[in-house]
Write a protein that binds this ligand. Structure first.
Ligand code: SF4
Length: 167
């Protein structure tokens, strides 16, 4: 897996403060994408054990309660999915009560077998491509109104898409 950047304190990509992690590489090419520097699969840096340790060690730095946000690029493309699953698995092993937010351009109904594994770890899933014609910057956690903020645990429990109550 390659990644673009890690931001220690982010208030724009979660409910509260998150440490945010941008994966590198995206197949979607959404018109009007605000993050084109993450498209190139060869850009960014290789994600290493040191980077994982950095996240695990610093998530509570300075006694600030942070959750984890994973954005892109596309975290669930074939180049990133295995690394993202490992990251989420390790994160939840250390911090089972923290929330993981994950943004993807894929829609949940179309996840393949491997992509579905991420649902074991992610709490809040924001799915769907950015659609310029539906752009709306006033809605929480999304760039366009077609995107959904999904409560993953409730969705799995009810076997039906459950939208997040706060959003
Ligand atoms: S999924 Fe995100 S990063 Fe990829 S093209 Fe669309 S808006 Fe850009």
């Amino acid at each position: 897996m390659r990644f673009s950047k890690i931001k220690d304190n982010d208030i724009a990509n979660g409910l509260g403060i998150t440490m945010s992690f941008w994966t590198q590489g995206c197949p979607h090419r959404c018109k009007g994408c605000f993050n084109k520097e993450t498209w190139d699969y060869n850009g960014g840096k290789e994600f290493t054990k040191d980077n994982l340790d950095y996240i695990l060690t610093n998530i509570n730095k300075n006694n600030i309660k942070r959750d984890l946000s994973i954005l892109g690029g596309e975290p669930l493309c074939e180049q990133n999915i295995h690394g993202v699953i490992e990251l989420c698995k390790e994160f939840k092993r250390h911090y089972p009560d923290k929330t993981i937010y994950l943004w993807t351009g894929y829609t949940l109904e179309n996840f393949n077998y491997i992509q579905k594994k991420i649902l074991n770890y992610v709490d809040v899933l924001i799915d769907g491509k950015f659609e310029e014609e539906n752009k709306n910057l006033s809605i929480m956690l999304r760039g366009s109104s077609n995107q959904r903020v999904i409560d993953v645990k409730k969705t799995l429990r009810e076997e039906n898409i459950a939208l997040h109550e706060v959003c």
